[in-house]
Design a protein around this ligand. Structure first.
Ligand SMILES: [Zn+2]
Length: 629
């Protein structure tokens, strides 16, 4: 048994504890005494205060109430309004997972109903939100976790042993270094490899979806060995940060992947979609859905600001980065006070329709690793408000002349921002009630948003929790799920807004809509995201107005007569927001490492931060290693 568990046992009545194990960095104790489970007189709380680790006391499986009877009991305790959909028992861990539409009502005032369930059934209840819009993906992920609960139990115990069983590698001096396996003076391919004498941690692990060249992280760097990898941290679901994770599992990695729950879900959806796209282009995907399932089995979800040990000398906390649903910055507390690093990954330092601005206050901070996607001097975007006003005007005018607004968009982030905005305009009477059609992937990702309202900004949260007014459930939104429905939207309905992937018009439903809507000057096309070199979107932006569409053997020249607009918006920070973020960072870091940006932008941002804040800055290239301590 682990030393830390022996230590805890010393403070507990001997005959009361029947078993003890780890669930990641959490310590779980089991008791066969009903009285001790229901009331331990603050003994557990005192231990938590002393050792500063999370300790949970659960009933031993031997004393939990018979499952059938417990289920009846739970159903009689929970009110109908809670909308309980599913009750799933995890007998080995004495936990019962209750899926409810209104978790607040299932929990009860100050947890009264949960306490009631504990007392009457001797099971530990956990409440999970049923997404307001049905999400097959979330159902599948939950099914994978439930089906593998025995494996999960052993896996989480193994993770705990790695954290608590002391140092594996011989400790001589203390040092910290970060190697760039990707993301050094380039956008995408983010992969930072953190090493200490004891730990090997990978932060982000991407594929480059836009190009075949430099598509994968440089895992061949000599310092990287997949067999020695302790942990992977994924900041957010975009494939340029997460796309390579299943590949690690394909090659035998079986350690933990840390991220937020929405990141796990959106990432899984995007990865499965990526496999589908590769297959449809007759290319061999570099991993399969089995590898994605392995990833899900090994994911440990953390909430924002939940502190957790991931190795004997690295403690991780995720903070909101404002970039997309569940996106996080990783704060690493290393060597028990030796040094603190913040890796921002992609960061938005401004509040949006959907999310709060990135977090800026940390308990300690010495080294900041910051992105520079829009870090160049001239990368100044108009304020969000202006962009929103512009979009409002386009929609209002197009509707007035009875046209349709096509917005090619990424599946996640911007699409949901636009949904919230249009819903608000209609609700406030600023726009007549027009339908908004949500095609394919955008709908699936929206459904995931409805599972995690606690990750949205405070206005949206308040609307959902206090006014029962979920913007995503507005009757103006309609799902387009098939070719037939797409045809109906094009031919049969009047003025409307259409949100469809791909955002750059490289395949996907957005291209099908474009082909049919392009020739009518009443319609509008609005670009809402970056248009990559060579994409159809970029060509139209650059003024091309005759497009050759291919349909099997048939070729058809289509004129673009619809209005073309470009919204200057991004879920990254622009130059001003990046500088503001560094300014507001508390405490002020002593060293800043700039990455995830084109060469000149990284250098430019690094030099400006150095001049303005008088701190050491550096912009490493790929395969360079930076000694941090
Ligand atoms: Zn991103």
């Amino acid at each position: 048994m682990s030393e830390i568990i022996n230590e805890i046992m010393k403070h507990l009545p001997k005959d009361k504890i029947s078993d003890a194990c780890f669930e990641g960095a959490n310590i779980v104790l089991y008791t066969k005494s009903k009285e001790f489970f229901l009331n331990n007189n603050g003994i557990i709380k005192k231990i938590v205060d002393d050792i500063k680790k999370r300790v949970e006391l659960r009933p031993d499986p031997a004393i939990t109430k018979d499952i059938e009877k417990a289920e009846k009991e739970i159903k009689s305790i929970l009110p109908d309004e809670a909308g309980v959909k599913n009750i799933i028992f995890d007998p080995q861990r004495s936990r019962v997972i209750i899926e409810a539409e209104k978790p607040g009502l299932a929990i009860g005032k100050q947890g009264a109903l949960l306490r009631d369930i504990r007392t009457k059934t001797l099971w530990v209840p956990l409440i999970r939100r049923t997404p307001a819009i049905r999400s097959e993906l979330i159902e599948n992920i939950r099914a994978v976790l439930y089906q593998n609960s025995d494996y999960r139990r052993k896996f989480l115990d193994k993770v705990g042993h790695r954290v608590y069983d002391g140092w594996l590698r011989e400790k001589k001096h203390e040092w910290i270094r970060v190697s760039y396996l990707g993301g050094g003076r380039q956008v995408g391919r983010s992969a930072l490899f953190l090493q200490t004498p004891e730990s090997r941690v990978l932060m982000d692990c991407r594929v480059n979806v836009a190009s075949d060249e430099e598509a994968y992280p440089l895992l061949e760097a000599p310092e990287f060995n997949i067999n020695e990898l302790d942990a992977v941290i994924i900041t957010h679901a975009h494939l340029d940060h997460s796309g390579f994770v299943p590949y690690l599992f394909k090659y035998g990695y079986r350690g933990p992947v840390y991220c937020t729950a929405p990141t796990r879900d959106v990432m899984s959806l995007l990865l499965l979609d990526y496999i589908k796209i590769m297959r449809s282009e007759r290319r061999d995907p570099i991993f399969t859905s089995d590898d994605v399932r392995e990833m899900v089995k090994h994911t440990i979800c953390l909430d924002y600001e939940e502190v957790t040990d991931i190795t004997p000398d690295v403690r991780l906390t995720l903070y909101n980065s404002g970039h997309m649903l569940g996106a996080a910055m990783a704060h690493l507390h290393i060597g028990n006070g030796l040094h603190n690093i913040l890796y921002t990954a992609d960061l938005k330092y401004a509040r949006t329709q959907l999310l709060e601005a990135a977090h800026t206050e940390f308990p300690r901070l010495e080294t900041l690793i910051i992105e520079a996607t829009y870090g160049g001097k001239d990368n100044i975007m108009p304020p969000q408000k202006e962009a929103d006003e512009y979009l409002k005007t386009i929609i209002a005018e197009t509707v007035k002349r009875r046209g349709k607004v096509l917005i090619p968009t990424l599946g996640s982030g911007r699409a949901q921002e636009i949904m919230v905005m249009v819903e608000g305009m209609v609700r406030r009477g600023e726009l007549e009630e027009i339908p908004v059609y949500i095609d394919g992937m955008v709908w699936d990702i929206t459904a995931i948003h409805t599972a995690y309202p606690e990750y949205l900004n405070s206005s949206v949260r308040k609307a959902i929790f206090h006014r029962d007014q979920n913007p995503f459930l507005s009757p103006i939104f309609h799902r387009v799920g098939s070719k037939k429905e797409r045809k109906q939207v094009i031919e049969e309905v009047g003025p409307c807004v259409i949100l469809a992937t791909s955002g750059m018009l490289v395949g996907g439903p957005s291209v099908e809509y474009l082909r049919e809507l392009a020739e009518n000057p009443k319609n509008s096309l609005v670009f809402s995201c970056y248009q990559g070199e060579g994409s159809l979107g970029r060509r139209i932006q650059q003024g091309e107005r005759e497009i050759l569409f291919r349909d099997g053997m048939k070729e058809e020249l289509t004129k673009i007569n619809m209005e073309v607009h470009k919204l200057e918006i991004t879920n990254h920070s622009d130059r001003k927001q990046l500088m503001n973020f560094v300014h507001k960072c508390s405490p002020r870091p002593k060293k800043v490492i700039v990455n995830h940006g084109e060469n000149s932008r990284c250098l430019d941002l690094a030099s400006s931060i150095h001049k303005q804040f008088r701190v050491e800055t550096i912009a490493p290239r790929n395969l360079e290693a930076v000694r941090i301590k």
